[in-house]
Ligand binder design. Structure first.
Ligand SMILES: Cc1cc2nc3c(=O)[nH]c(=O)nc-3n(C[C@H](O)[C@H](O)[C@H](O)COP(=O)(O)OP(=O)(O)OC[C@H]3O[C@@H](n4cnc5c(N)ncnc54)[C@H](O)[C@@H]3O)c2cc1C
Length: 408
């Protein structure tokens, strides 16, 4: 399955190759993490912090999956608004989930500082504007729910939006404590850091089969056989072996990075910008003065076969950004299309297989995949170490099997 096509921006920011010497394989590991993208690298980081014995296997090179196509917005707010999530799973769990996301944004900051080498993790505010007059009530609802539960959020009326962001929208909220990141660099720097801590990372090691070996799991790969007590699949939007009941949609999404803009007179605080409409347009800046924008999601479970489609969607994204900021003269330098996975209830799938003990999945579907990877790594490490973690139930793998799930 092709995860993306077109010209990606983030890999061009990395001039230095990360050299990973092939490690010596041990007879048995306590844990094997399959996948070295954002989910696998953050899981590995947390397992290392918690003192577990593990190795990471990837069929290709680290960070080269969907992580390289990720636009790097790190937000505690989700594709599903808090007040909608309250309707879906109740106030206690919904608020808890939002708090977990906010904590994960903080933890990611610590990770970025620990691994060094400037993963461009910069704290930002987020502006979410009402795309049309009818959405103002919904946004107000969200503002009230976030405020009620102690999230830091401001309400902007039409005049305030115009004053701070120069464009006209009926209303907006500004949430505090989010961030932007270079996701490709972050995941690769985490892996580089772990290799320096002598953690074995096996690139070019595709997992073909995972079967019980009586005591745990026998993992058959293109690079020989591995044994482990616990196995974590952090394999992204590709196949999730042995897991066939979780309900997801694979869609197609588009993104652009402009050329650096001369005299870049940025909007208020380089906030991350998005909106109430679905699918939404989202915009951020980069440290070298570009604008990254994404959106135009389509219900097509494969990337486009034609470069002309990518170019045409890129032009539409450019026009949407220019409609907000007509004073910028924008030229698209990088444009890509990518698969984008969403669960039907818009929460990630994280946890232990209900029928196969010691087999775990970290599948961060949705626009907040990085935040989900961070919070999911904590849940999985706790489950493996036998530490009680009540939050695991909110994102467990078999929840959408329940007949009574109510979607807003
Ligand atoms: C256009 C776009 C924009 C996005 N923007 C954002 C954003 O702004 N913020 C955000 O948080 N998220 C965003 N996301 C989501 C984010 O990209 C994903 O959540 C995240 O990259 C998933 O990381 P991953 O490690 O799970 O998957 P991947 O990066 O795909 O990594 C999976 C790894 O598993 C390996 N693998 C797969 N199968 C096997 C196997 N059988 N054996 C061994 N290895 C295997 C692959 O080689 C790969 O390296 C965006 C996604 C897209 C497509």
């Amino acid at each position: 399955m092709e995860l993306y096509n077109g010209d990606l921006y983030w890999p061009t920011t990395e001039s230095e190759a990360i050299t990973i010497a092939r490690p010596t394989k041990k007879e048995r590991y306590d844990v094997l993490v399959i996948g070295a993208g954002m989910s696998g690298s953050l899981t590995a980081y947390t397992l290392h912090k918690d003192g577990l014995d593990f190795a990471v296997l990837d069929k290709g090179k680290v960070g080269a999956g969907s992580t390289a196509a990720n636009t790097g917005l790190i937000q505690f707010s989700n594709d599903i608004m808090l007040h909608e999530l309250v309707e879906q799973i109740g106030e206690t769990d919904a608020v808890r989930f939002y708090k977990l996301c906010a904590e994960a944004v903080e933890t990611l900051d610590e990770v970025a500082k620990t691994v060094g080498a400037k993963p461009e993790y910069i704290r930002r505010e987020s502006l979410c504007f009402a795309s049309c007059e009818e959405d103002v009530t919904k946004l107000r609802h969200e503002y009230e729910m976030l405020t009620k539960h102690g999230f830091s959020v401001d309400w902007l009326d039409r005049d305030a939006v115009k004053e701070r962001f120069s464009f006209e929208k009926p209303a907006a909220i500004v949430t505090k404590g989010d961030a932007e990141v270079n996701p490709y660099r972050l995941s690769r720097q985490v892996i580089r850091y772990l290799t320096e801590q002598q953690i074995p990372i096996f690139e070019d090691t595709g997992v073909e089969e995972v079967v019980s070996d009586g005591n745990g799991w026998l993992v058959l790969t293109t690079n020989g056989t591995f044994h482990a007590n616990h196995v974590i699949f952090a394999t992204g939007y590709g196949a999730s072996p042995l897991l066939d009941f979780h309900r997801i949609d694979l869609n197609r999404s588009y993104a652009i990075a402009t050329e650096p803009i001369d005299n870049f007179d940025v909007w208020a605080g380089n906030a991350l910008i998005w909106e109430t409409k679905r699918p939404y347009l989202y915009i951020r800046t980069t440290v070298d003065g570009r604008i990254i924008a994404g959106g135009l999601d389509e219900e097509k479970p494969e990337t486009p076969y034609s470069e002309a489609i990518v170019r045409q969607r890129a032009e539409r994204l450019r026009q949407e950004v220019e409609a907000l900021f007509p004073t910028y003269d924008l030229t698209v330098e990088y444009a890509w299309a990518a698969l984008f996975g969403e669960s039907i209830d818009q929460l990630p799938f994280i946890g232990e297989h209900p029928d196969r003990p010691n087999l775990y999945y970290l599948l961060g579907y949705g626009g907040n995949g990085t935040v989900y990877s961070m919070l999911g790594s904590r849940l999985l490490s706790d489950l493996i170490r036998g530490v009680d973690n009540d939050d695991a139930r909110i994102v467990r793998l078999d929840r959408t099997q329940q007949a009574n799930i109510v979607l807003p």
